[in-house]
Write a protein that binds this ligand. Structure first.
Ligand code: BG6
Length: 483
């Protein structure tokens, strides 16, 4: 595969929260990778900004340490890193006062792309947006990037949208859902809309059900307070899993443009039926011998926050009537696996009597690890011994098929470059986020009203028994996590 790197235009990127965890782990290493491959031009500038007083040299030393820790060592990394650090600067600002803002303005160049990346708590969005406006930096062509959580319900999401829209127009606002930056997630669109093979089958006539799993083996280490206030529904389902559901279920957009794609996603979210409590299994990982459980981790024996959720979701439209979408995500599960499994219907009639029944085909789209696509098909079991059927995979691992150079870009690398290119296709529009909260809110409110308690599950398992029952009840089975 030939890699085609098209440099982006020169830019000034102001990174608020530049000393925070996300900036150090993802954003700055991502920018460094894009610099390494020649996509970030030599005259690009990245201006770190945070409340801490720090000299530009101290900031550069911190970025050097982050990049050495979070990017793979290569023979010329030290040399490239030296040049990359030359693009960096640092200005201390305070979102709550005027301190530092004029100095920041003095750093910015006219006539280059200008982006403000708010890698900070959402409570600071309004303050920073206001200061940018007040100091004449909210130009009509500037871009503003915000991270999740985008609200914790419909009301707070509306407030955040309103506070950003006071100073920036929708086409300037880039709301990140990093799942949309994952290579295979975009491949889902290519698979569906650049092939003629699947689309005729992509409906209730041929598909029995869909499973979307985002399982993690890690717990909530280091984020206890945030997580206990959110839970899996707010942290993962309302955003990442809903996005995966949208891309799987949406109608083909007429063009691959930001609004055409996002219009179709909003229609899917708006078509989601309310979810009955009996179609949900919430879980919380319990303590094991020698291993603390969720309640120990958050230090609250009464916590009713879920670290796992499985649910059956229905999309009330012509294409998907009667096809359940089962969503599942959780912490401390048996493996780290994100995948979408489309289960096709069984053949309507079997011509092979006395043979074990043939299962419908499955299409498995693996997001991580080992990005790829597998189509499980039925064949004749080779050899003598009577006519038997067997299920085999038609397997495509991107790494194998596309070669070693196909290291997928980290989601953040792509998304930051899209901001500079001015392409909003992989970012959530304000109405999309609000629609997802409008669907999630009644579910969460229901738990709060009834003081619903999650079911305990073993660490390293597939979640609570109740999640298995959710499927068994319908005569179906979850795909094994990591199997
Ligand atoms: C984040 C969630 O948005 O996504 C985390 O807040 C979660 O709880 C993470 O661990 C998962 O992302 P990835 O890319 O590792 O699958």
């Amino acid at each position: 595969m030939v890699s085609r790197v098209i440099p982006v235009e020169p830019f000034d990127l102001v990174l608020f929260g530049a000393t925070g965890d996300l900036a150090r782990r993802k954003i700055l290493p991502g920018l460094f990778h894009r610099y390494e491959v020649g996509q970030v031009p030599q005259d690009a500038r990245i201006i770190g900004s945070a409340r801490s007083e720090m000299t530009p040299d101290e900031f550069k030393a911190d970025v050097r340490a982050a990049i050495e820790e979070f990017t793979p060592e290569t023979s010329d990394r030290a040399e490239v890193l030296g040049r990359f650090l030359g693009c960096l600067d640092y200005v201390s600002v305070d979102a709550m006062s005027d301190a530092g803002w004029s100095a920041l303005k003095g750093q910015l160049r006219p006539d280059v792309v200008r982006a403000y990346y708010l890698s900070v708590a959402p409570s600071l969005f309004a303050g920073i947006a206001g200061q940018l406006e007040k100091h004449g930096m909210a130009m009509p062509d500037a871009r503003i990037v915000v991270e999740k959580p985008f609200g914790r319900n419909l009301e707070t999401a509306r407030e955040l949208n309103a506070s950003l829209r006071k100073f920036f127009r929708e086409h300037q606002i880039y709301r990140i859902d990093h799942y949309l930056g994952k290579e295979t997630v975009q491949n889902l669109m290519a698979l569906r809309f650049a092939n003629s093979l699947f689309e005729p089958l992509w409906n209730a006539t041929h598909i029995d059900h869909v499973q979307i799993t985002v399982a993690e083996s890690l717990g909530i280490e280091g984020r206890e307070a945030y997580y206990d206030h959110s839970g899996a529904m707010r942290d993962m389902v309302q955003n990442h899993l809903v996005q995966l559901l949208c891309l799987t279920a949406m109608e083909p957009p007429s063009k691959f443009t930001p609004n055409a794609v996002r219009d179709e996603k909003v229609k899917v979210i708006e078509a989601l039926d309310p979810v009955a409590p009996s179609d949900i299994a919430r879980g919380q990982y319990r303590a094991d011998e020698g291993e603390d459980g969720y309640l120990d981790h958050v230090g609250d024996p009464q916590s009713r926050t879920e670290s796992f959720i499985a649910m059956k979701v229905r999309i009330a439209n012509w294409r998907w009537a009667g096809v359940p979408f089962y969503l599942r995500t959780g912490k401390r599960l048996r493996a780290r696996v994100s995948e979408i499994m489309v289960q096709f219907r069984d053949p309507p009639h079997t011509i092979f009597p006395n043979v074990e029944p043939v299962q419908g085909n499955k299409l498995i789209i693996r997001l991580q690890p080992d990005e790829g696509i597998t189509l499980r098909t039925t064949i004749k079991d080779p050899g003598p011994g009577g006519f038997r059927l067997a299920e085999v995979p038609l397997d495509m691992s991107f790494a194998e098929a596309l070669g070693a150079d196909s290291r997928p870009q980290d989601a953040y690398e792509r998304l930051v470059m899209d901001v500079i290119r001015g392409d909003q296709t992989l970012f959530m529009r304000g109405d999309e986020v609000e629609a997802a909260w409008a669907w999630a809110d009644p579910i969460i409110e229901g738990w709060e009203r009834t003081r619903d308690k999650p079911f305990p599950y073993d660490q390293g398992s597939s979640g609570p028994e109740e999640a298995l029952m959710l499927m068994h009840r319908d005569g179906r089975r979850w795909r094994q996590i990591g199997g």
